[in-house]
Design a protein around this ligand. Structure first.
Ligand code: F6R
Length: 240
């Protein structure tokens, strides 16, 4: 595992983009995350694309998760997030992008379909954010390391943290999400995890500065992966 500390989110994101670019080619498959963490990385991708340096024409993508109970048109749905923050600004074919279908009438079937798609693909690089409680994707503490695509009940602390996107009203935050499982995440060839802000420091300490590998702190599973890059700002650095 490589651990890199930067002054700012922007600097870390620029380096993350360099690492990402070194690991993929123009036919690669990306695993993508949402939330506040990857936004500057996505800006770097857009900038480089607009400068003519990178085409996403043949790139495929699979997103980690989506809320249950809000429509795709909701401004905070992860479908919408991906369009607004990345897909609408690059030349990716939207037919090659995949976000879990958490609004499906038959949710069980939708989970099975997403699992099948993931089983039939290899994610070259998985981008991850990090929950303050150590979640990756929406695999909350206690999720089995061998889990596949599933519906998760979001923990109270996650609902509280994400209420900042919902008028600071926890009642407006969806209580469940569909997420790739930990086993799906671990199958990616390379993983780039980003974490910014002091809320992430404890989880980073468990990941970088402990021997813990335990389902109660989901991110600790990454110690078992052969190619992980962890980029943080100084506020998330466990030594601070
Ligand atoms: C989002 C995801 C989550 C977030 C995490 C951190 O697709 O999978 O694990 O990465 O909750 O969220 P932010 O980046 O908003 O702090």
């Amino acid at each position: 595992m490589k651990y890199l500390v930067f002054e700012t989110k922007k600097e870390a994101s620029k380096e993350a983009y360099k690492i990402l670019k070194s690991l993929i080619n123009e036919n690669s498959t990306l695993g993508l995350a949402t939330g506040s963490t990857p936004t500057d990385l996505y800006e770097e991708m857009i900038k480089d694309h607009k400068e003519g340096n990178y085409s996403y024409k043949n790139i495929k993508s699979y997103n980690l998760d989506e809320y249950v109970g809000i429509s795709y048109d909701h401004p905070e749905s992860y479908h919408k997030f991906m369009d607004v923050n990345l897909f609408d600004h690059i030349d990716i074919d939207k037919n090659n992008t995949h976000v879990p279908d958490a609004s499906a009438e038959n949710l069980d079937q939708a989970l099975e379909n997403y699992q099948n798609e993931l089983n039939n693909t290899t994610i070259d690089v998985q981008i991850l954010g990090l929950g303050g409680n150590g979640h990756i994707g929406f695999n909350e503490p206690g999720t089995p390391f061998n889990s596949g695509v599933h519906v998760i009940d979001l923990k109270e602390e996650t609902i509280k943290a994400n209420s900042r996107f919902f008028n600071n009203d926890v009642n407006l935050v969806p209580k469940q999400a569909v997420t790739m499982g930990i086993n799906d995440i671990m199958k990616a060839k390379h993983i780039i995890l980003l974490a910014f802000g002091k809320e992430k420091k404890a989880a980073i300490k468990n990941l970088i500065d402990s021997d813990i590998v335990d389902e109660s702190i989901p991110c600790t599973v990454l110690k078992k992966h052969p190619s992980v890059y962890v980029l943080v700002d100084k506020e998330a650095d466990f030594r601070n």
